[in-house]
Every structure is written in C-alpha cells, then in structure tokens.
Design a protein around this ligand. Structure first.
Ligand code: SKM
Length: 495
C-alpha cells in the first residue's frame, strides 16, 4: 500500500486535496496537520473523509511545521484517535503518553535526519515495548549500504515495520521496503512540495515503479552512476517491463565513485539481478565483474552487469548500439550503402562514448580519425586504438563520410551550440550525434538542412537499453514502445 502525505495550509485546501487523491484511487492518506496555519479542526478533516487516514502532527525538531505547544499537539493526536482515525503517528518519546483507544492503529515512529544509526536493531527492539501496531523507522542514507541495513531490519522484524531511508541515496529503500514486508511506503502528493528529503511522488511510486505490484519474487534491476537523478533508464526499463508483463522493477541507484565495490557487495544482500552502468563507473565496474566479455575488455569499459549462473557478467551495449544506429541510418538513406568497411569516420571527442564508437567502427573495417578539444587525450586515444588523429582546429578539413559527435556540445541547456560548423557538412555525409537531450540537436538540424543522412542519440540510447533488456529478461525488447516512451519524456522535459 502507498500512503500519500498531504500537507496544506488551509482546511479547505486539505479537503479538496484529499478528495482529489481519493479520485486517483489513493488507499491511505497521511494528513500532515502540522501544515495547517490555524488550529487544526480534526472533526472537520475526518468527518466525510473519502479514504482511510493517518493523522500526523510533526514538531519542528522532526522537520515538521507545528507551531503550537507540545500539550496542544498531544491533545490533537488524542482527539484524532477518539474521532476514529484509521492510523495515528506517535513519536517514540511520547508514545507512552498517548493511550490506545478504539480501532485506531498506533504507528510508533523514529526519525533521524542526519544518519542511519548503527544500532538500528536496538532502536527497533526498544520500540516494540511501546505498544505499536506498526513501528516506523526512517533515517537519512549517507551511502548506499544504509539502505541495505534498514531493509534487512524490516525483513527481520516480527512486529510490522515500515523502514526506509531519506535523501537521494535512499530511493531504493522507499521502493523495496514493501518487498521486505513493510506494510506501506510513503509518497508525496505533489512534485512541487516535498514532504521529506528524497520523497518520491505518488505518481512515480505507483505508475513508474509500480510499488503495489512488487512481490517477493519481483526481480530487481537498476542504473548505477553519480549523479543519477537525470537518468532516463528507469523510465525506459520500467515501461518496457510493464509492456511485456515482466515481473521486475528498475531503480536509480546513486553510488559515489569511491564507494562502488563496497556498495555492489552490499547490494548482493538484496539479490539484484542486473545493472546498467553509467558515469563514473564504466571502467571500475570491470573489477567487480566475474566474467567481463571481450568487448568490454577491449574498450576497457562496461555499461551492463547481468547475473548468469550466479556470476556477474559485464558487457558494453553502447558498442553494438552505436554500430546498429549508424547501419540503420545508412539503410534508410537512398544514397548510402549500408556497409562500414572502408568508410572514413571522424569521431569528435575522446571520452568513454568516443572510445566505444572508435572501437565499434574499427571492428567493422572503417578508418577512424579522432579529434578532441584537449589534444593530449585525443592523441592518447588514437595511439591506444591505433587510429588516426587530427587537430581540433582542422576537423572541418577532414574529408569524412561519417561524422560521430561524442562530445557533450549541443546538450541541453546549450542547445544553440554545435561541435561542427554547418558549412563543413555536405550531402554525402552521414551525421550521428550521440547527444540525446534534445533529440534534435543543432548539429542534426544543420546536417538535415545540408541534405546529410542523420542518426540521433535517442536511437542509440534506446538500442543500448534494448540490448540490456534482452540480457536482463531473456525476452525480445518492445523497441517501438521504448522509443515512444523516451520521445514523450524528452518532449515533456524540454517543453
Ligand atoms: O550506457 C548507458 C547506460 O546503460 C545508461 C545511461 C543512463 O541511464 O543515463 C547512460 C549510458 O551511459
């Protein structure tokens, strides 16, 4: 069950908001009465309530907004119990002063906004003595392993226990606590008003992560990186799982660069089945893999980890996605032959994507020329892969048939920039921009205006995810659905 936290400053807005959530089929709504500016009228809020409620009145020291006295606050909680609220939230330190009455369920709560303390089980044990129907322990995650500790506590608890972590590191526990036995998780009623650090919205919790559908056997996947909030992989993979009816959930997993091995080791306790891997972990993740494949070893980077026969396999789906995207664009073009052998390819950039692009092109028999704004890095990549190098200043004079932009030039918000002057382009060229925010970069617009064939980063992003989907699920990826999902999301974020 998802409990939606609702906080409004006026009674009328509260009632309206509650009605609205009921229309969205909310099962349980937390009334954060500390948000109301006047003295909260519990009778009015509960009288014709359209869903079951949990009444909560948070003090400022627990990041609430209550401005009355503690006595008034406790009186309010007692009043909610007498009025028959389905649940009431009682902080651990006042639990003894609020007696049980009627059918109202007591949620005895502990919050820690600084950390996830090491003595979680002692805290939990102490709370079992306070006549709880449900114990709630919510802490701040400062690193990925904090999630694992709190989820293990939920799993081991004999009293029904809600336990998850706050903050950007905590997302995974907000979604997985249900699988561990937590009676519900909390979600926000609006993306504009976060009720707790890192809280997801009701829409994300229900529609994107499908919290209510996660069962004991639901397989867990995620994308690891830092930062990770920007990643569209959760949207894409969850949509694809849903489309084919696969029982899996895919989460954004922020892991800092210096914490990769420890975090992945800890996540083993959650039985994760597969990861997409993005910046800054693509190289270091090879150390964690039991079986890196030839491609990831040649490139020195992987973007996928998947479990097979209890071993972690690593591969790089960017590699094939790049070549497939170019070949598909060549096939579509009436003036090109869909063969990369002998083609001269100019690659802009010398980072991870450039490395995968250069290797993929070379492997298909193309002649690769690398150019980069920082000369040394470009020269180093060219030397390592035994391809050609040209100075950034001379890139326009390079007579290439295929141009691949692997720099971030043109990426949102710098959408009016291009890494290649339009008058350097000609209609015999195929231009591929690996940037996908926006889909139509200035480089691609210029290329189309000059009559070039084009391929976009969006096509590549979908292809690399589609291959991961196949490795994760063993099923054929719903390519069109994935492309549409991504296109819609991008047009929403950029409109
Ligand atoms: O290679 C991909 C990776 O699989 C996922 C990703 C993302 O979610 O932003 C970006 C690329 O690095």
């Amino acid at each position: 069950m998802i409990c939606i936290s609702l906080g409004r400053t006026r009674h009328s807005a509260f009632l309206e908001g509650h009605q609205h959530l009921a229309e969205l089929n909310a099962e349980l709504v937390e009334l954060r009465v500390d948000w109301i500016r006047k003295r909260p009228d519990i009778g009015r809020l509960l009288k014709d309530r359209p869903t079951p409620v949990l009444v909560t009145c948070r003090r400022p020291e627990d990041r609430g907004r209550w401005s009355g006295t503690e006595e008034q606050r406790l009186a309010l909680l007692r009043e909610a119990i007498i009025a028959g609220a389905e649940y009431v939230d009682i902080e651990e330190d006042v639990a003894k002063t609020i007696p049980r009455y009627g059918d109202t369920k007591r949620i005895v709560s502990y919050h820690n906004f600084d950390e996830t303390p090491l003595e979680l089980s002692e805290i939990h044990q102490r709370m079992t003595q306070l006549d709880p129907d449900i114990i709630k322990i919510v802490t701040m995650a400062n690193k990925p392993s904090d999630n694992v500790r709190i989820l293990e506590m939920v799993r081991a608890a004999e009293v029904p226990t809600i336990g998850f972590c706050m903050g950007e590191f905590g997302t995974i526990s907000r979604i997985l606590c249900g699988q561990m036995g937590s009676p519900f998780t909390y979600a926000g009623f609006s993306s504009e008003r976060e009720m707790a650090p890192g809280q997801l919205t009701f829409a994300e919790t229900r529609n994107l992560y499908r919290f209510n559908k996660i069962a004991k056997d639901t397989q867990i996947f995620g994308v690891i990186g830092d930062p990770i909030v920007h990643s569209l992989s959760p949207l894409l993979h969850n949509a694809a799982f849903r489309e084919v009816g696969f029982d899996g959930v895919y989460l954004p997993l922020r892991i800092p660069a210096d914490n990769l091995q420890e975090s992945l080791q800890e996540y083993e306790k959650l039985n994760v089945s597969g990861y997409s891997v993005t910046i800054p972990h693509k190289e270091a993740v090879l150390e964690f893999a039991d079986v890196p494949d030839e491609q990831s070893e040649t490139i020195g980077a992987a973007n996928t980890l998947f479990k097979k026969d209890n071993q972690w396999h690593a591969t790089n789906t960017d590699y094939d996605a790049i070549a497939e995207t170019i070949v598909a664009a060549l096939e579509k073009s009436p003036t090109h032959v869909a063969d990369l052998a002998g083609r001269r390819v100019l690659i802009l950039g010398a980072g991870g994507v450039a490395r995968a692009a250069a290797s993929a092109m070379q492997q298909r028999g193309a002649t690769v020329v690398v150019t980069n704004r920082t000369r040394q890095r470009g020269e180093a990549l060219a030397a390592e892969l035994e391809c050609l190098f040209v100075n950034w200043a001379n890139r326009g004079a390079e007579a290439c048939e295929i141009l691949i932009n692997c720099t971030s030039v043109g990426m949102h918000p710098d959408i009016n920039k291009s890494p290649f002057e339009d008058y350097w382009l000609n209609e015999d060229m195929l231009v591929f921009d690996t940037v996908y925010t926006p889909e139509n970069t200035l480089l691609l617009k210029d290329a189309r205006a000059r009559g070039c064939a084009t391929a976009s980063g969006l096509e590549m992003f979908v292809r690399q995810a589609a291959q991961q989907f196949k490795l994760f699920t063993g099923q054929e990826p719903p390519l069109d659905h994935m492309t549409e999902t991504l296109r819609r999301a991008l047009s929403l974020t950029q409109s």
